[in-house]
Every structure is written in C-alpha cells, then in structure tokens.
Design a protein around this ligand. Structure first.
Ligand code: F6P
Length: 745
C-alpha cells in the first residue's frame, strides 16, 4: 500500500496542477463564447428595433422612447439601452445606463467589459455600440449594455465541473494503479527485496514465486554481470604487477576473511633422517615449485601426505608443522598413510594407472581394483582432513592433481558452500584414451564436484569437455566452457602454470661467470667446455632417452663437438618402486654409458648423468653455467624446468631447446622447438644452439623472460583466486546457481 501511495500522491499532485492551470483558459473561453453570444444578440436587437426607433424619433417622443427601451431591457441580460443622435446630443437611455457613458465618449467604451457605474464603483458589463442611422440623424448610434455577471456564474459553474471531473479521474486512475500494484507488481517487489537480501532472484520457473515478467530482465542482468566481471577481471589482471604482494592484496581485498586450504599429495617440505640427523628437503616437483611461493604469500593451510622418514618427528600432536623452516609463513598439515595405502593409492592407481593414461608416452596403464580401493580410501582421508581443518562453512579449497580426483565431490558433500578449485597438473588425454580407465565415470564425477577445474592448456580443457560429453550425463556448454552435472556448474578454465618471478635472491646470488667456472671445476671439465643441461625427475615421460639419442646424433653428424661439449643430466630419483621406473632408470644409465663409450673422452664425457636429488640452489647454478638447456618431454602438462632455465638467465644468454609436446612450447615460441622423437632434428637444434650468435640468444631470451615475468606463478594463482572471488560474489547473488559461468579465457 505504501508503494501504491508513492504512486498515487504524485499522480494527484500532477492532476491538481493540471486542473489549476486549466482555469484561466476556462475563463477566457467562457468569456469569448459569451461575447460572441452577446454580439449576435445585439445584432438581433438592433435590427428588431430599427423601425421603432425611427418612428419614435419625433419631437416630444423622448419619454416614449425611454419607456420603449426600458421594456426591451426587461430581458435580464440586457442591462441598459441608449441612443445618441450625434456626438454632441444628449443620450436617450434607460435609467440603468452607467453614468460615466455619454454620447461624447462612446468610442472609449465600445467593447469595454468593466465599466464605472458611479464614481468609484465598477461593474462587469459589456458595452456594444452599433450604428443606427436615420434620416434625421445619419450618425445615430445605439448603445447596448449587457450584464456580464451571468458569464461569471457560468465560469464558476464550469470550474466546478472541471474540479469534479479531475477528482473523479484521479480516483479512477488511483484505483487502477492500486489494483495493478497489488496484483502484478507484487512479484517485482518480492523479487527486488529478495535480491536486496542477497537471497537470489532467479529461481527455476517451477520453484519460483517470482513474476514471469522478471525472467527476461533476469537473463539480461545475468549476462551483464557476467560481462562486467569478465571485463573487470581481464582489465584488472593486465593492470596488476603480479607478485607476492599483489596476491596478498587480492586475498585481503577480494577474499577477506576467507579460509584457504591447499591440498596435494606431495608436500612442500620433506623431513628426512640423513646420517643420524633430520634434514629438510624440497622435493623435485613442478607442483611444489609453483605452489610454495603462493602459500608463502597467502598463509593458510597446506594438507599433504607426510612421506619423509622424519616427518612424524617434526610435527606437533595434530600433525602440523610451520613452514618454511627458516621463516614460517603457513601451516603444513601432514596426512599419514600406511605402506599399503601408499602402494595402492600413490604407486598403483595414481602412477601406474592415471599417470601413463594421461601421458602419451607409450607406457601401458595398469588398473587394479585393490589400487582403486586404496585410492578411494585415501581420497576420503584427504577430504575428511579438509573438512576438519576448515574454520568456516565456505572455505576456498585448492585441490591439486590427479592423486585427488575424488576429493572435490567428497568435500562438496560435506561443505556444500565451499569454493573448490581443482588444478590438473598433467595433460588430459582424448576421450578414447581416457575410456581405458575402468573408473572413468567416478573420476569425472569426482572432479565435477569442483567449482573451477583448471588445466594448463586450452587443448586439455577441450579434451576434458569431450570426455565428459562422451562418458557422463552432463550438460556441456562450449560457449562458457562449463559443465553442469546434477544442477551444479563447473567452470573449465585454462590457467598456464608458471614460476616465481623474479626468482628468489638466494638462487641468483652467484654471478653467471662464477657458476660457469664452479660447475666445470666441480665436474672436472675443461674450463672452456660447452655445457648442455637437462633437469628432470627420472620419469619416462621426460624423454631423457630421446635426449641422449639426440646428443649421440649430434656427435655423429658433427664430430667436431666431441671433446668440446658435455651434456649434464640431473635426474631426481622418482617413484622408484614402480617397475616401469626402475627399468627406465636402467635404460637411461645404459644409454648414457653407451654414448660415452662412443664419443666421450676422459676429461670430457659426452653425457654426465647425475642421478641424485639436487636442491634448487645447485640446479640454478647449473642453469646459469650452461650454454643450453634441453627439455625433451614426450608429453608434459607444462614443464617448469623450461621456465626456470629462462628465469635463471638474467644475463640474457643461453639457448632453450624445447619439446613441442610440452605446455610450455605454446608460451615460449622463441625457444628452439623440436620433436623429441626426431633425433636428427634435435641434433640439429643442439648444433644451432651451440653456434647461435650472442645477439640472437639475447633477443630470444629477452622475449621469453618478458613473458614469464608477466605470466608468473602469482598470476596463475591470482587468476584462480579472482575467479573464485567472482564466483563467490555470484553465488551470494544467485544461490540457486542458475547464472551461467564466466567464459573461458
Ligand atoms: O607436475 C606433475 C607432477 O605429477 C606433480 O603433480 C608431482 O608433484 C610431480 O609431478 C612429481 O611427482 P611425485 O609427486 O610423484 O614425485
């Protein structure tokens, strides 16, 4: 009713102003009608008395004439009647003729409407002077004085009618307004109120109590919000200088008070017992390389498998340890697995099943039901830990990688309001390949418990959507790159992972020249030896054999390099209980040996194979000492070694040879891009790298460094968090999840 009044009162005011404004026009109109009326009456009177006046204008008949005029003026509206023979003669008139009028001043009064009847007294009359010539008085004139008070009465009456009319009109319009407001606009009011309360406006038609008129507007509004968000995000993203500080600002600004939990199989710090002492080690893992600086910036909790021999001795009673050890910035919560669980979940299902399934490296995946059972049980363990660690009902959970594909759905069941961002660090294969997995539907359904699912490349996003279309009853929207399963949407986005930029100071402390000397000296190489570097986990997907074959081919094709060039391969032991990895390690060793036999010299081996864990500082020293870095993965989600090598070269020199089958190849076209299966092409690339002029090295290196500086790991994480923040805002606005997801970039 209050809303109706808000409508009616202004309406009444407008109508009143309108009516009031109309009054002067009514007066004018009435008067002009009356005058016209009196004019015609005057004409009639003149013509009807013309004869009589002529007859009566004889001497002595003046009194007769007055009596005659008086008779005529019995008509109520004719107030007085008079006759002037000439301008100088006296007026023969009824007694009612106003005193101020005489035959000499007729011109002044003709047409006048206000007349002074007596000194100081004015009345409303209309004076009409008509010519009435006779033989005797050719200038004779008849003066007709009409009473105008009837006009005033008429005008008053009309005004009253107008007032009644507008009052009636206002009443009817108000009535209609109230009726419409009550019947039709109730929905609008409810909808708007719901929107204001943040309860969501856009329910499904079946469950909606909202007005259908709102739906098209709702759709437009959704699109508008979506466009604004995406524009806002893109603009913001490119305007931000991405670093730890920027990430902290996003967290404190966009995700204030929100709880961030990262969960991965691999932990960022491993405590190992070495020679009777506890040592802390940073594992060789792209995932750790990327996420560790993020967690330093964001704080929060990182939940991971405690796999180190001294891990249990390094945590508090609840399984927590503050890390990094030298300057704690976040909490690491370790999950304990039994040997059987680790065997089935990590070595078995994750690394004998999914890993080869997703990498086209021609190693057959092995799927065992017992491994699957462990995988499910361990995923549940991780999910439970997340739920227990969450301080709020809607935390932001960052789930990492293929070890934990069931976690998103498991967490969603317990924390329906959590924002779950899952990042798949390895490639996603085509649907045919993925169909090999006996638990394919479970894995996809598990992942679709996420709000956002991230891959390194658009190609992997496309593969995932095709797999979903093929295997699951879900709606795939290729325009917005989202999947809807059971009414819940998952946005499938590309977030190319990257590295910390600029690299930590301690990694870059030693000057390039110093690194060159030290690496050569430590490896007993000639001081002018040219060096190529490879850094990998000892994994068959990394193409280490193919790399060695390329080195061999270089020496075959360009024997002048023998004795002048050594390829140093740093290989971190990995997953070594798996048979495939053991035989791969053997093959790597045998191949290196064979090539060394053919082309190595005592002081200058062709290949220097270093199977051992190296800390980041040592690795960066090798990067900075080398002429080239060779990344020859047979299939790789991104490969951060390529980016690390570029980051390490603040001298702008060094050549990167990069497999076309890495995600990094899409971002770093200035590298020498090769097919690792093509030994001749790779050998040619090695040769080109070794003879590349310095200016060309510098130009290529600067371009690559520019890209990594701009698209560093803070941007990778920041984009996910910005998307999560936008999603949380949207969920608050549209809790039923009907809003289409933002488009993939
Ligand atoms: O980068 C891919 C990846 O599988 C990571 O997820 C993992 O941490 C890393 O390689 C090393 O593997 P692992 O954790 O089995 O040693």
């Amino acid at each position: 009713m209050r809303l109706s009044l808000r409508f009616i009162i202004p309406l009444l005011i407008v109508l009143a102003i309108f009516a009031y404004g109309l009054m002067p026009f009514v007066d004018k109109l009435m008067l002009s009608w009356s005058l016209r009326d009196m004019d015609s009456r005057s004409s009639i009177i003149v013509s009807s008395i013309q004869e009589s006046v002529h007859d009566q204008l004889i001497p002595d008949s003046k009194s007769k004439m007055v009596a005659f005029f008086t008779r005529i003026t019995q008509n109520q509206r004719l107030h007085a009647l008079g006759y002037c023979g000439s301008q100088t003669s006296a007026m023969i008139a009824t007694l009612t003729m106003p005193k101020s009028i005489n035959c000499g001043n007729l011109e002044d009064y003709s047409g006048a409407e206000i007349v002074r009847t007596e000194p100081g007294k004015y009345s409303s009359f209309h004076i009409s002077v008509r010519s009435l010539p006779t033989d005797k008085n050719p200038d004779g004139r008849l003066i007709l004085v009409h009473d105008l008070s009837f006009n005033e009465r008429r005008s008053e009456q009309t005004k009253r009618y107008i007032f009644y009319f507008f009052t009636g009109l206002a009443f009817v319009v108000s009535l209609i307004t109230v009726a419409i407001a009550q019947l039709s606009w109730r929905g609008w009011v409810q909808g708007t109120r719901a929107l204001m309360r943040g309860e969501g406006l856009f329910r499904e038609p079946s469950t909606s109590g909202h007005s259908p008129e709102l739906r098209p507007i709702a759709r437009d509004l959704k699109r508008l919000i979506q466009d604004l968000e995406s524009e806002h995000r893109t603009r913001d993203e490119s305007q931000i200088t991405w670093n730890a500080e920027a990430l902290r600002t996003i967290l404190s600004g966009e995700l204030r008070d929100d709880d961030i939990i990262v969960v991965s199989n691999r932990e960022p710090y491993v405590h190992e017992i070495h020679e009777g002492r506890i040592e802390v080690r940073r594992p060789a893992s792209g995932l750790v390389t990327a996420l560790e600086p993020i967690m330093r910036a964001c704080s929060g909790t990182w939940i991971a498998h405690g796999s180190g021999s001294a891990d249990r001795d390094s945590v508090d009673d609840d399984g927590f340890v503050a890390v990094p050890p030298e300057k704690p910035a976040y909490r690491l919560h370790r999950i304990w697995l039994t040997k059987e669980e680790e065997k089935g979940y990590y070595y078995g299902f994750s690394n004998e099943g999914i890993w080869p399934l997703c990498h086209i490296a021609h190693v057959r995946p092995t799927f065992r039901t017992s491994d699957w059972d462990s995988y499910v049980a361990v995923n549940r363990k991780f999910a439970l830990a997340i739920v227990q660690q969450s301080k709020i009902k809607d935390p932001i959970v960052l789930v990492q990688d293929y070890h934990l594909s069931l976690v998103p759905r498991m967490v969603r069941e317990k924390l329906p309001n959590a924002t779950i961002i899952t990042f798949w660090h390895i490639p996603w294969p085509n649907p045919e390949s993925f169909t090999i997995c006996p638990w394919r539907e479970e894995i996809i359904t598990g992942l679709l418990g996420s709000n956002i699912l991230g891959f390194h490349t658009q190609f992997h996003c496309n593969n995932f959507l095709e797999t979903v279309e093929r295997l699951v009853e879900a709606r795939v929207d290729r325009e917005s790159f989202s999947v809807t399963l059971g009414g819940k949407q998952t946005a499938v986005h590309r977030y190319p992972i990257s590295i910390d930029w600029p690299p930590a100071q301690e990694l870059m402390q030693k000057p390039v020249e110093f690194c060159r000397k030290e690496v050569r000296a430590n490896n007993n190489l000639p001081t002018d030896q040219l060096i190529g570097i490879g850094v990998d986990r000892l994994d068959y997907t990394k193409g280490i054999i193919e790399r060695f074959n390329a080195v061999e081919r270089l020496f075959e094709l360009k024997p002048e390099w023998a004795g002048r060039f050594t390829f140093i391969q740093i290989a971190a032991p990995s997953r070594s209980t798996i048979h495939e990895y053991q035989s791969h390690q053997e093959l790597v060793c045998v191949t290196a040996e064979r090539i060394n036999k053919r082309f190595g010299r005592p002081e200058s081996p062709a290949i220097l194979l270093k199977i051992k864990h190296h800390e980041s500082q040592e690795i960066y020293e090798y990067y900075r000492a080398a002429e080239l870095c060779f990344v020859s993965s047979l299939h790789d989600g991104m490969n951060l070694v390529a980016k690390e090598f570029v980051a390490s070269r603040n001298d702008d020199y060094g050549v990167l040879i990069l497999s076309q089958f890495t995600g990094a190849a899409r971002e770093l076209p200035e590298a020498l891009i090769v097919n690792p299966y093509d030994a001749d092409q790779c050998a040619a690339a090695l040769h080109v790298a070794l003879i590349m002029p310095q200016y060309e090295q510098r130009d290529r290196m600067r371009l690559m460094r520019g890209l990594i500086a701009e698209f560093n790991v803070y941007r990778w994480a920041g984009r996910q968090l910005l998307d999560a923040a936008a999603m949380r805002r949207r969920v608050r606005l549209f809790p039923d999840g009907t809003l289409p997801m933002g488009g993939a970039r």
